[in-house]
Write a protein that binds this ligand. Sequence first.
Ligand code: MOS
Length: 764
Amino acid sequence: AKQAAAGVLSKLRPETPPDPLIARQATPGKHGSLGTSVPRIDGPRKVRGKARFAAEVPAEHLTYGALVFSSIPRGRIASLDTAAAEAAPGVVLVMTHRNAPRMKPPAGFMSDPRAAGSSTLPVMQDASIHWNGEPVAIVLADSQEQADHAATLVAVTYEAAPARLNFAQQISQSHQPESVLGEPPMIETGDAEAALAGAPIKVDITYETPRHSHAAIEPHAATVWWDGEDLVIHDTTQMLHQTRWTLAGVFGIPENRIRILSPFVGGGFGGKGLWNHQILAVAAAKLAGRPVRLALSREAVFRIAGGRTLTRQRVALGAKADGTLAALIHTGTVAMTEHNNCPEQFTFPARHLYSAETFLLEQRVTDMDMLANTFMRAPGESVGTFALETAMDELAERLAVDPIELRRRLEPQQDPTSGLAFSSRHMLKTFTDGAARFGWDRRNPVPGSRREGEWLIGLGVATATYPYYRMPGGAARITLTRDGEARVAMASHEMGMGTATVQAQASADRLGLPVERVTFEYGDTALPHGTVAGGSSQTATIAAAVTAASGKLIADLLQRAGNDSPLAGLSAAEVEARDGGLGHREKPELFESYASILSRAGLEELVAEADAPPPGEAKQFSMHSYGAQFCEVRVNAVTGETRVSRFLGSFDCGRILNPRMATSQFRGGIIMGLGLALMEETQFDERSGRVMNPSLAEYHVPVHADVPEIDVIWTDIADPRAPLGAHGIGEIGITGVGAAVANAVYNATGKRVRSLPITLDKLL
Ligand code: MOS
């Protein structure tokens, strides 16, 4: 099998130009197919334009939808005139709260593991307005252009009510949420304020981070139709079954009458959940009796699909003379709404990264009249590490110790707030390896000491971290055929991160098959139940289910092999899958191929389906990923312009399953982190609650010219408690980047920027 897998690799490799970084790190054969850089199996279809996305699915008698958005943040619709829109060419109907079908409010995400609702507000059921941008009408027409034009003809007037729009004012109204992702909102050990007051060296600083909007390359879209009582939805989603369960509740129909398909997703990052548009498309399709395509414009994504909320955070570190911590305080407030539950877990990194004698970690939220915020790549950790890791840099300078040496002094022996043992923690190695590769020893700790012409040059470092998660639930089905092929199926998600490829690799290794004989089916609620592609958890969740199903399959194969098989009398524990069959673990002569077992049993194929066991591992151990982010910036002394000139991410995420895809995930996260550090900011007008920059022309994300060569390395040390030994890698890349850039900017200029993004006005 290993030779066959290597054969596949040599066949596939020439198609993609070798990446020197990956070539160096690939270890073909070490884990069979896993650990090698098998190229993305969905890649060729994507680059050839053969992948069909939700907004491209054809349907007969299709209608196209366009939304009309409220222009006040709170109040009521006073008048609504749809006559001109209805009379416009090609218009099929205009749906407003007056003629929309009656629908129940969606069950909110986090309120139930099965729920996907980004908000629990009813959708278009009455005249009330809850945020600036809430849909007040959907126009259906025979073409997108006709729908877009007619939407401009809908005339709405409003009775405005007072709205809560000013974050600084609302902070005084803040409260603790009931929980933060099921964890307590506050952790307090000892008297941290007193310890801080008594500490000889301290920093006590406020940091601010802004709103961010989701800007995946593929805007949200759904193509939907009713087939009698059955509902078909082609969606772009990272939560297939949760969306199905929630829509069943909204429309009062059985879950099994709904099928959602999402084979290709053009980027997810937490934003591809259930928002108003799928509900409105389904309702309008019912009203029109025709299929509906509602492909959101970029502006619509900014208005109706929430993003990262804004934060104000305090980090106070009280150090003793030896540089150990007497007090670690990380508290703060984020903006939320009453109808969602996403409190931005910014204190989570401080709960496990460093040892301290006392802790005060508190999350607060304040309710505002705005679009519901949601998860966005490392929610909490990305902005929490900006505050914590900038403060660590500030403390290192006060102590006159190198920032990496400071982390060495603070390395805990066990999780400092839960007391649990770490399952696998090699954080200091990521610093040591990264420092050597990046040339950290060339950093001059004195700010402003390196200059080339107009350019001030500085280096910064920060810790990256993200928790290990595996979601409860999830089932996989394996179909093994007589000709030695396997189809592995689970309703999971491929958003571009390589899920289908890595799961084909993992299944091939598990079944002793070459990777080209295994297909992984996903993206369809008709398949066994999947879980959310979120929390960087999906790889572990699928692997646990596939492991359970393969165990069942092997037991069934042994039973069916019967007394005439060389395997007769062997237990499942004595055999392993290898070379397209089963064999005794130690005696090579005791082997029978799948083809032989199945043909003797008279079977064309054998099917096994099993649920993943509950994820107990993360309750017994403190399970996290770690990393060190190294950044070099050049800041123009005349204009304040910051250019990131070098970047290295050094990670500890357990076993690396596919170096090519891991590199891409890490780099993608780091690039998103550069956006967070230097440019991304949703401009929210605090007078009107309007998002003022709802386009990629004004909402800036990094482009190629903003991104230097990004170097990525990793420990590749397996975590024995995690399926496949692997931790998730989708989110950790963005964490720590904001602080690494800010710390480099300080080293270059002597200016501490404590509010993101670090724009040039803050440096002049
Ligand atoms: Mo991620 S924010 O869990 O897609």
